[in-house]
Design a protein around this ligand. Sequence first.
Ligand code: AMP
Ligand code: ZN
Length: 722
Amino acid sequence: MLRIYNTETRRKEDFTPVDPGRARIYSCGPTVYRYAHIGNLRTYLMADWLRRALQKQGYEVTHVKNITDVGHMRQEVLERGEDRVIAAARSEGKTPAEIADFYTQAFLTDEAKLNITPAHFFPKATEHVNEMISMVRSLLENGHAYSAGGNIYFSVGKFPDYGKLSGNRSIKVGEGDIEGVDPAKQDPRDFTLWKTAEPGRALKWASPWGDGFPGWHIECSAMAIKYLGPHLDIHTGGVDNVFPHHEDEIAQSEAVHGAPFARHWVHAQHLLVDGLKMAKSTGNTYILSDLERRGFDPLAFRYLSLTVNYRHRMNFTWQALRAAQRGLERLRERAAELPGDNRVDEYEAEPFRQAFWQAVNDDLNLPRALAMVWQAVRRSELSEGVKAVLLRDFDSILGLGLASAPTSPSLPGEVSELVERRETLRKERRYREADALRQQIEASGFEVRDTVAAPQVLTRRASRASTTNIAISSSGEASSVAGQPTSLDFSVGVIARDNRVDIERCLGGLLSHTSGHAIEIIVVDNGSTDGTGEWLDEFAASNRTVRVIHADHNLGAGAGRNVIFKQSRGRVLIWLDPSIEVTGDIFTPIAKALENDKVGIVGPFGVETHDLHDFHEASAGDVDAIEGYLIACRRELAHNIGELDEKFRFYRHLDLYFSFACREMGYRIVALPDLSLVRHPHSEWLSLADEERDKLSKRNFYRFLHRWGHREDLLVANSTHK
Ligand code: AMP
Ligand code: ZN
């Protein structure tokens, strides 16, 4: 018997279907205006495990997963007529249908790579508008909806059960209240069922209320009911779907059919990255091909997702993914060694089988189930035949492809030649020579594994970061030399990220103008995947002044600088943007300016402000802040200010934040506009779309304001002793 947590009743319940022996599952599927990120995929994995668990119990499952190709938008955007698919089409110069088709295919491919069993139906919203219209018509007829300003709204006040899923019963509107509530609504909680098309809109349908298009919530109700009937057994989604999406689905569906819509509501918790929810707007999303690009098997992500219960948030790190990949590989190797025949002593197998399925049936406790897998595999008194049968049984839900042979990655010709030569040497017991070849193979980024059953398993190394000397997953992993005395005149810190051309120019400029000072250059390679990291390793190998610290992913601007601070040994620390090219001796004037111990920070680009909102360039002398293109301070000051806020993933305004922290400590900030350097276009800035820049900049600015917005007293203009 499967027990599963029901969001609506807030407890674990026995799964009880409407019809005995059948399980009807509806899963909110992707909005196809972009690639699904691995957070979305975690939610689909959860639905897959749920479905496989029910199938294992003998239920006849029907699974529906919708494709949202129109209508998904936040309420306030909806009220302005914006649609994500249309917006994406506009920005990519394609038609909405082309965009939707492309991302639907990409989504299906991702699911296949993750061994997610395809749903029986993938209904598209655009192909079910008639069903939606007829639901809206019923709601109008039975008084649960009204028409106003050309649109049709659901009347929340007429549905007394509203809020039973999410607990939001009061006037708690969604994001809509930020932009102001649509004045046509009778109650701010009411939501749009049908919206009149604005002039010129291409994606629209004829309806009894004129040309228009459906709201987002109505599509899931209409398609669920069409394929599964008005009583579903299970409805799944991510926790962000609970309100308003699923609350609204319940209201509409039950208002039409007068009976409970879904029996069990199952929601997967979010995937986080560096502790923040993975979302496009935070700039911390990864898609499956990002994982593949770094040499990971997509199923390593499936394995990783098995290690955290679906009701817990899962913090994604590359390190954890590497561990998952190793776990998966070891499990596959064990599976490959086991015999293929099925004769098995049930008596021996039973305790393991039971413990495993008990864990699965206890609210999908897959971490415990996975632990059982390893216990069975490692148990020495269990025969190999039993292990083989158990693994095959377990894999019917795990879906790790343990039964099928591991697939070798495609090998470059010279690598396969090395592998063959090595194998021959091994057979001739010339192990020393074979080992030398192994090293060569590894140097090309491949790993050789020798197992009993399959003599050669080759996997591309997971993440090139693992091949470099230092690869960190967080700033906390970088060692600190703060306690050690200063041993150099200057430490220059640069953050690299997929910008080899800039970095090469930046480092070249620095190295040609060290002007006899003892300097070190610390480059934090913030998860480059375009070869910048490899280039840096080569460069550093022939330039002892340069030290590279690789992060296995983008740690963000704040964390990257923290790594530099921790690693600096120079008396003066310079943080330098890769867009800057040094063209002369900058070190002597910087050192001179910092001889005055009242001066905290210097740099070429000073800014000043009168109200902490408008900042403008200042010429020379005392300023309120130095821009992050080049900021120099004594190492001691950086240490006294302490770690930078790592929520600053984007670089902008971190310089203001740092400058104000320095002002607060009573130091002067001085602009040195005459430093010899050239400012080149900023590639990170240029790589972003306007909207994205705006959003990221604003977010950082709010962070700055939140901390320093009330400190007018720190401004140069208000200072009594300039
Ligand atoms: P969307 O394509 O945005 O409609 O989302 C598809 C599914 O992914 C929905 O069920 C969401 O609730 C879920 N989802 C969105 N963000 C995350 C996240 N960070 N982690 C896990 N699931 C998510
Ligand atoms: Zn939905």
